[in-house]
Design a protein around this ligand. Structure first.
Ligand SMILES: [Zn+2]
Length: 112
């Protein structure tokens, strides 16, 4: 069987590559790691231009989805939901406003 590999992502270091590899293998995706280390004559001096993570092309889409959800969850998480709702008038406000621009109710009046 001839499996065609596709480049999924290029990692900057071994750790990142290992994390991604582990994540994909958990989901039964075959993972191939390819390092450009100029032949590896001096492994301790190797200059890598990145570590390529390759997956079979028929598993590429699933792998890509997993990587995206991994990258999204490794961001600090709630970057999208930085809003609060005014208890007085119900206006949705950006987190940087400390008072409701509509009715002037302070944000801290939201009961915890
Ligand atoms: Zn308000």
């Amino acid at each position: 069987m001839n499996v065609e590999l596709r480049e999924l992502v290029i990692c900057q270091n071994d750790l990142e590559a290992e994390i991604i590899k582990g994540l994909l293998q958990e989901n039964l995706i075959e993972v191939y790691i390819q390092k450009d280390d100029c032949g590896g004559m001096n492994p301790q001096l190797q200059i890598t231009e990145g570590i390529k993570v390759l997956v079979p092309s028929d598993q590429y889409q699933m792998a890509e989805t997993l990587i995206k959800s991994y990258q999204a969850s490794s961001d600090t998480g709630d970057s999208r939901e930085k809003t609060w709702q005014c208890v007085s008038c119900g206006e949705i406000l950006e987190i940087q406003f400390s008072d409701c621009w509509k009715c002037g109710t302070p944000r801290k009046s939201i009961s915890a």
